[in-house]
Write a protein that binds this ligand. Structure first.
Ligand code: GAL
Length: 421
């Protein structure tokens, strides 16, 4: 081949490469999320790789901070300045709030083409729609009310996995005597709220939880049952260590993994950490419903909402993202890493571990029998302003030795009322 031709060919190839790169750039989605722990990042990477395999670009917009409060603050400022990302992890009633602002794009075309109505359980599909249109796609279903444990530490202390709050406190004493921290915890408002929610359910039952922290009934919020629950909640401090203040949840999970602590009360994203360390459920670590909550499933559905954008390439990438998220490949691979169960119930679960299998069967059982409740602590139950006001009361009470449960209960009533005006 003459020299000139070779050069021309090389140039053409380079140009083609450049055009491809430029296209990929235009077909990019920027995705805001807060999946930054080891297990979470592994899971988020699944979506990035699937998008890239289809020729789309992925711009990661990860904002650290479990529970997503910081991510939501950053998202609001980006949206206010007229420059929202293509997609963001927005959940529960907050989807409605963003929908009301007119900022979300419709996913109805993908939803119809892929048959989402038939595919998704009602409880999941409802949350994803604003004004009758799909504006978000569900990624998974997390269960919040779990207890995780290191079996060697339990053995060493001569205790079994506790199934009631009384058993938890009893086991705690034995574990402390054996030289371990009974309960690993991170003192952050959302983590305090996460364990508070499990204690409300564990001590007073799912119906009371629903009345108090979902329906915000002032009699339930300020009544005797809430006072009892608040007292049990504060007692948990006896099982924790002095270093908990400000600790991230995954560091607390690490303490269980490393055998420094026996147990952790946390949603099943904690399982993502065990999995990332190569550990096997039922052998290297144990899971059980949070004490006293076996007939309740507090759900937390992660979802990605798409912002209304004008660029056609970006729109196309958003539609591809929405489609991929509900396809079996993503649902399986992502949820195996994340610790959750798939958002669509029709998948083969044989690859999933015993905790995930139990999660799925408890999800279905509680959906039929009652007991499937939205998680307040994870943005599924009440609007963000009310949730924030409840978090403040819960965390202040938990950290203030002098505040009595009666006062905290009164403040809960005020928080729910004040925030709704
Ligand atoms: C939750 C979120 C989970 C998990 C957790 C800790 O709010 O739904 O996916 O990431 O925070 O970061």
């Amino acid at each position: 081949m003459p020299m000139l031709k070779k050069t021309t060919l090389a140039l053409a190839t380079t140009l083609a490469g450049l055009t491809l790169a430029a296209q990929t750039q235009a077909n990019e989605v920027e995705v805001l999320h807060w999946w930054t722990s080891g297990g979470e990042a592994r899971a988020a990477n699944v979506l990035k790789e699937l998008m890239e395999a289809e020729g789309y670009g992925w711009k990661d917009f990860a904002v650290a901070g479990g529970g997503g409060e910081t991510a939501m603050t950053v998202l609001k400022s980006r949206a206010m300045s007229g420059n929202p990302p293509s997609a963001a992890q927005i959940k529960g009633p907050e989807i409605q709030e963003w929908g009301e602002l007119g900022l979300l794009g419709s996913l109805n075309d993908v939803a119809e083409a892929e048959g989402w109505d038939a595919l998704l359980p009602d409880v999941v599909a409802d949350v994803m729609q604003y004004d009758g249109e799909y504006v978000a796609v569900p990624v998974n279903v997390h269960r919040v009310n779990w207890l995780w444990a290191n079996p060697e530490v339990l053995d060493d202390a001569g205790v079994e996995m506790p199934t009631t709050l009384d058993e938890l406190f009893e086991a705690g004493d034995a574990i402390r005597e054996a030289g371990y921290i009974p309960l690993a915890h991170g003192g952050q408002a959302w983590q305090d709220a996460t364990i508070f929610e499990s204690v409300v359910i564990g001590s007073q039952g799912g119906e009371f939880y629903q009345r108090a922290l979902v329906d915000l009934d002032p009699e339930a919020l300020g009544g005797e049952q809430m006072v009892d629950a608040l007292e049990e909640f504060k007692r948990l401090r006896e099982l924790m260590d002095d270093g908990m203040s400000g600790r991230d949840w995954n560091i607390a999970t690490g303490m269980v993994i490393d055998g420094e602590a026996a147990m952790q009360l946390m949603g099943d994203w904690a399982k993502g950490e065990f999995t990332a360390r190569g550990l096997t459920a039922g052998e290297d670590y144990l899971c059980a419903p949070a004490p006293g909550t076996e007939d309740v499933f507090a759900f937390n559905i992660d979802s990605l909402a798409m912002f209304r954008v004008s660029d056609e390439d970006e729109q196309e990438a958003q539609q591809a993202l929405a489609r991929l998220v509900l396809e079996p490949t993503f649902q399986e691979t992502f949820n195996l890493a994340k610790g959750s169960i798939p958002a669509r119930p029709d998948l083969d679960m044989s690859e999933f571990d015993s905790c995930a299998q139990q999660s799925l069967s408890d999800f279905q059982r509680t959906a039929e029998e009652g007991g499937l409740v939205p998680s307040m602590a994870h943005g599924m139950a009440v609007r963000a302003d009310i949730q924030g006001a409840i978090f403040d009361v819960v965390t202040n009470y938990f950290n203030d030795e002098d505040m009595q449960a009666e006062e905290a209960a009164e403040r809960l009533v005020n928080a729910a009322e004040a925030a709704s005006f």
